[in-house]
Write a protein that binds this ligand. Structure first.
Ligand code: NAP
Length: 285
C-alpha cells in the first residue's frame, strides 16, 4: 500500500515560511517585494491562473500588480511594457502569462525580461545559470516545486536514480538540471524512448511530466519508489495526472495525487522566486 504525498499541506507550510520571510523583508527594506504579471488577451484559463497568483501574493504579503493588455497588442507595445517594468525599481518580479496570442513570439518576448526579475526562470540567462550548477538562480516554478516536495518529505535525492518522463523547457529539462545539482543520477525519457517501462522501473524517484492520463502503470514502477506526477489533463471535467494512481498506489510507493500534489506547489514557488528576486536586488543596491 502506498503513501500519499500531500502537496497541498507542503505548499501551506512553505507559504507560511514565505509569509514570515516577506514580513522580515518588508520590515528591513521599508517596502514589500512586488510581482508584476502581464496578461495579454482573454484566455479564460490564463485569467484564472493570473487571478490565483494575485490572490496568493496578497495572502503572503507580497505586492502584486496585474497589467491586462488586449488580444491584438502589438509586439513592440508589449516589449515596451516589459522594459518599463525592468526600469521600475519598485517591481521585483515580472511574469508574462503564457501562452501568448499566436501573433506574439513567446521566446523572443521573454528574453526582454531582466533576468534578475525573471521569476518564471525562463530567460536564457537563467537557464544558463541553472545549467552551470548555480544553486540560487531563479529556476522555473514547477520543477522547483518538485524538488521542494522531495526535500520537505525527506526523500533522499543524492546518489539516487531519478527518471523524468518529458523533456520540455518548462518542466523536464530544468528539472533534470535541478536534480543533477542535487547529485541525483538522472535519466530523461521522451516520446521516442524505447521500452519506457524498462527505464521507469529502474527509478528510485520517478517524475512524469507528459500530459497523458494512465501513461505510468503499476508495472512501470518499482517497489519503494517515489512517484511525482506533474501531468495534468482535464478528462470529463476532472483533472487527471499521468499516473494510473489506483494501481500504482497498491504498491509500496510514495506518490503525489492529482489534484493536490505538484499543482499547489507551482504558485508557491512563484512566491518564493519573487521574494528571492527582491532579496537579491536589495543585496545588489
Ligand atoms: P509538453 O511541452 O507537451 O511536453 C511533454 C513531454 O512529454 C515531451 O517531452 C514529450 O516528448 C513527452 N511525451 C509525450 N508523449 C510521450 C510518451 N508517450 N512517452 C514518453 N514521453 C512522452 O508539456 P509540459 O509543458 O512539459 O507539461 C507536461 C504536463 O505537465 C502537462 O500535462 C501539463 O499540463 C503539466 N504541467 C503541470 C503543471 C502544474 O503546475 N501541475 C505545470 C506545468 C505543466 P517529445 O519531447 O519527444 O515530444
Amino acid at each position: 500500500m502506498g503513501q500519499i504525498i500531500d502537496g497541498k499541506n507542503i505548499s501551506k507550510l512553505i507559504r507560511s515560511e514565505i509569509k514570515d520571510r516577506t514580513a522580515a523583508f518588508t520590515d528591513r527594506y521599508g517596502h514589500e517585494p512586488k510581482l508584476a504579471v502581464i496578461l495579454v488577451g482573454e484566455d479564460p484559463a490564463s485569467k484564472i491562473y493570473v487571478s490565483n497568483k494575485h490572490k496568493a501574493c496578497l495572502q503572503t504579503g507580497i505586492g502584486s500588480i496585474v497589467i491586462e493588455m488586449s488580444e491584438d497588442t502589438e509586439e513592440t507595445v508589449l516589449i515596451d511594457k516589459i522594459k518599463e517594468l525592468n526600469e521600475d525599481s519598485t517591481v521585483n518580479g515580472i511574469l508574462v502569462q503564457l501562452p501568448l496570442p499566436k501573433h506574439l513570439n513567446e521566446k523572443k518576448i521573454i528574453e526582454y525580461i531582466d533576468p534578475r526579475k525573471d521569476v518564471d526562470g525562463l530567460t536564457l540567462a537563467n537557464s544558463a545559470l541553472l545549467y552551470n550548477g548555480n544553486t540560487d538562480c531563479l529556476a522555473p516554478c514547477t520543477p522547483r516545486g518538485v524538488i521542494e516536495i522531495l526535500k520537505k518529505e525527506g526523500i533522499k535525492i543524492s546518489g539516487k536514480h531519478a527518471v523524468i518522463v518529458g523533456r520540455s523547457m518548462l518542466v523536464g529539462k530544468p528539472l533534470a538540471m535541478l536534480l543533477l545539482n542535487e547529485n541525483a543520477t538522472v535519466t530523461v525519457c521522451h516520446s521516442r524512448t524505447e521500452d519506457l517501462g524498462a527505464v521507469t522501473r529502474t527509478a528510485d524517484i520517478l517524475i512524469s511530466a507528459v500530459g497523458r492520463p494512465g501513461l505510468v502503470k503499476a508495472e512501470d514502477v518499482k517497489d519503494g519508489a517515489t512517484v511525482i506526477d506533474v501531468g495534468t489533463t482535464r478528462v470529463d471535467g476532472k483533472l487527471r495526472g499521468d499516473v494510473d494512481f489506483d494501481s500504482v498506489f497498491e504498491k509500496d510507493v510514495r506518490i503525489t495525487p492529482v489534484p493536490g500534489g505538484v499543482g499547489p506547489m507551482t504558485i508557491t514557488m512563484l512566491l518564493m522566486n519573487t521574494l528571492q528576486a527582491a532579496e537579491m536586488q536589495e543585496e545588489e543596491r
